[in-house]
Design a binder for this molecule. Structure first.
Ligand code: APR
Length: 230
């Protein structure tokens, strides 16, 4: 039977594509404090600024490409049932060729109703503006899970993680819950890898191999090893 590999990714996997991580730049994310742009309070106080911030991120996303790490994970599908659970709001896994991608924190290229969380729409182009409304005339917001908001996809993600044969974590500071807690859903006997140049070394997980290297180098190498073993 084809074996299931579950991969949890964070901003680090997109770093070599030119997308900023959140916590590597002295606490600032693209020159903003996260709480000024990525909270519901920020949206209530200054929706134009929040829309503009995400418009700039979306504009940048159209200018970057998936890197060797994204592409290697797509290649892993040749011999494994690969499920990607990503904290990233970019679409670089999809553009790299991965077919099963669950976005825990939303998607930059989508908008959402401000009255019904389940009404999600594609954004045409890079800009979402004040006055862009859904069919009920309600302002649309970025489809992003902000700090303090619930993470509706976490239940599905935990179920996927619980059935992993191999679990790979790539490029995340594991600072943000509930995503960081997904490792708790992985059975102790499962082989685990953590690829991050700044990974801590004192994680208390069984069967964990820590690879302190960049994703663009370490992920293609690990993928080749796993394909050879399949
Ligand atoms: N390859 C692999 N990892 C890298 C690379 C690289 N080339 N460059 C940086 N990293 C690692 C850093 O060492 C760091 O551990 O990527 C990690 C990025 O951590 P964060 O910036 O905290 O990003 P992430 O863990 O994805 O943040 C989680 O926080 O703000 C929220 O919702 C947002 O999804 C995000 C969540």
């Amino acid at each position: 039977m084809i074996k299931k590999i579950v991969v949890l990714t964070g901003a680090g996997i997109s770093a070599e594509s030119g997308v900023s991580t959140f916590r590597d730049n002295g606490g600032l994310w693209e020159n903003h404090r996260i709480e000024d742009v990525a909270t519901h309070e920020a949206w209530d106080a200054n929706p134009e600024m929040v829309l503009d911030f995400y418009n700039q991120r979306r504009k940048q996303l159209y200018q970057v490409e998936p890197n060797a790490a994204h592409k290697a994970l797509a290649k892993l599908e040749e011999k494994y049932d690969v499920h990607i659970i990503t904290q990233n709001v970019d679409d670089l896994h999809e553009r790299g060729g991965s077919t099963k991608v669950l976005h825990l924190h939303g998607e930059l290229k989508k908008s959402r109703s401000t009255v019904d969380d389940y009404k999600i729409y594609d954004i045409n182009g890079w800009e979402l503006k004040m006055g862009d409304v859904d069919e009920h005339g309600t302002q649309l917001r970025p489809h992003i899970v902000w700090f303090g908001e619930s993470v509706p996809e976490i239940t599905k993600a935990s179920k996927i993680a619980a059935r992993a044969y191999i679990f790979i974590v790539i490029g995340t500071s594991l600072n943000v819950y509930p995503a960081a807690g997904l490792l708790e859903s992985v059975p102790y006997f499962v082989t685990k890898y953590f690829i991050d140049p700044n990974a801590r070394e004192n994680y208390n997980y069984n069967n964990l191999t820590i690879i302190k290297e960049k994703a663009g180098t370490a992920v293609p190498r690990l993928v080749e090893e796993l394909l050879a073993k399949a």
